[in-house]
Design a protein around this ligand. Structure first.
Ligand SMILES: Cc1cc2nc3c(=O)[nH]c(=O)nc-3n(C[C@H](O)[C@H](O)[C@H](O)COP(=O)(O)O)c2cc1C
Length: 436
């Protein structure tokens, strides 16, 4: 594979007049590729190795991309990112977690198309993160009335949503969800996306199958790790069959769940092998679970300011509970590296490191450790042009302090923003992307 063989070769595919940062990376590329060099994943070639990680922007007031969301992702593309991930696109109305979540429906396509056009015109590529919430949902109007999950019984997420029971999926439910994912991927292709990222992490439906915290099934979909991966692999296979020749098919999952009874990084390495066998083009290595271990995902605690900013009482309560339950965690760069290394050692396929990459030195370390790409979330909320700043040598360290206030900002009228920068425009955020 081009990726695997190029890892240890001298890589000089940088611009004609390399900047300070690029020169440094070329020097490092004696043993590892430059982060500014191109890479091919599945059918897609990226101009460099930087991915904007999915961060629900809260810019979809009517369930479709807003003009503010187009502006945000276009700024990322003109700011140097090769591939920007549009977070949290539900594959069906019943698969939503939040009522105003982006949803891939035929009627929404003009708005998604306006977004991908904006990104392409700005010189980037766009990936749609496709997801189903399972029992991690606040949507009370649904059919069936109880949210679906790998297993039935008490729904702990229902403490917040009021839906105290969840329903174990039958074969018919599973087939429907497999088709929803395949259809979501086809719609993403029609809307002009270049890649789809299947969300298999953080406690949503596919993660509810992978995780022993949720999956208590006794059939071929429960028990061993292989069995727990069976349904997510079915989804992956269906998405690959539907669009894998045209789009890169990426899987994002939690390499460790960060709690004792959950999957460990050793499990995370085995999961990677199973997804590699199934033919995924790239894995994005996240960690943690929304309800059980949010600080594992973010590598830092949530500030009390997040709670007072909340107008939505359910979200305010959720954040308060989270603050009480989660340990105090001091941020450190590359906080998931020791776990991610186990995955790197287990597979040959392309991997994107995610978690606390916020300086050129960190990014170079990731490349030197054999990861193929770097995905970044908060850094790019703070500075959409961070990649250009690195490439030109204007900056080496991001201004992001990993304070996590951008997480609460996604529930404000202007959508996500960094407290160190300008807030989003509520007016622009009310307007669907394709409206005149
Ligand atoms: C505001 C915000 C919203 C997020 N929403 C999502 C999401 O919708 N889907 C997802 O997979 N991850 C989501 N994440 C997690 C990020 O993708 C990423 O795992 C996390 O920010 C750690 O990476 P970083 O250190 O580069 O920020 C979100 C993160 C932030 C800050």
């Amino acid at each position: 594979m081009a990726v695997a063989t190029s890892r240890f070769t001298v890589d000089v595919a940088v611009v004609a007049n390399p900047s300070v940062a690029e020169k440094r990376s070329v020097m490092n590329s004696q043993t590892s590729p430059s982060p500014f060099s191109p890479i091919t994943i599945g059918p897609l070639t990226l101009k460099n190795r930087f991915i904007k990680a999915a961060t629900n922007e809260g810019m979809s007031a009517q369930g479709v991309p807003s003009k503010q969301l187009v502006k945000f992702h276009s700024a990322l593309a003109s700011g140097g990112i090769a591939l920007t991930t549009v977070a949290y696109c539900a594959v069906s109305s019943d698969g939503r977690t939040l009522p105003n979540q982006l949803t891939l429906l035929p009627a929404s396509l003009p708005h998604f198309k306006a977004l991908t056009d904006g990104v392409h015109q700005a010189g980037g590529l766009a990936s749609a993160q496709i997801t189903h919430g399972g029992c991690f949902t606040f949507l009370r109007e649904r059919s069936p009335p109880h949210p679906l999950s790998s297993s039935g019984g008490f729904n702990k997420i229902g403490m917040l949503s009021g839906m105290f029971r969840k329903q174990a999926m039958t074969e018919t439910d599973m087939q429907k969800v497999v088709e929803d994912f395949a259809q979501g991927a086809r719609l993403a292709r029609q809307a002009g996306f270049d890649a789809v990222e299947i969300h298999m992490g953080h406690g949503y439906l596919l993660s509810q199958f992978i995780s022993p915290l949720y999956n208590k099934r006794r059939d071929q979909y429960g028990g061993s790790l292989e069995n727990r991966l069976r349904f997510p692999r079915r989804v992956l296979r269906a998405v690959l069959d539907a669009v894998g020749r045209d789009l890169a098919v990426i899987c994002k999952y939690s390499i460790t769940e960060g709690v004792r009874a959950g999957n460990s990084a050793e499990d995370g390495a085995k999961i990677a092998r199973l997804l590699e066998q199934e033919g995924a083009h790239l894995l994005v290595l996240s960690a943690g679970m929304n309800a059980e271990s949010i600080t594992t995902m973010f590598g830092s605690s949530f500030p009390k300011e997040n709670r007072v900013q909340q107008k939505n009482p359910v979200i305010a309560l959720a954040m308060s509970i989270q603050r009480l339950m989660d340990p105090k965690v001091e941020f450190r760069e590359l906080y998931l590296l020791e776990h991610a290394r186990k995955v790197r050692a287990a597979v040959k396929m392309p991997l994107a490191y995610l978690g606390g990459a916020k300086s050129l030195a960190s990014i170079e370390q990731i490349m030197a450790e054999g990861f193929d790409l770097v995905a970044m979330g908060r850094v790019l909320i703070a500075e959409q042009d961070y990649v250009n700043k690195l490439a030109s040598g204007v900056s080496t360290n991001s201004i992001c302090t990993a304070c996590n206030r951008c997480v609460a900002m996604m529930y404000t009228p202007g959508g996500t923003s960094c407290v160190l920068g300008k807030p989003g425009d509520p007016e622009l955020n009310r307007q669907p992307a394709a409206d005149r």
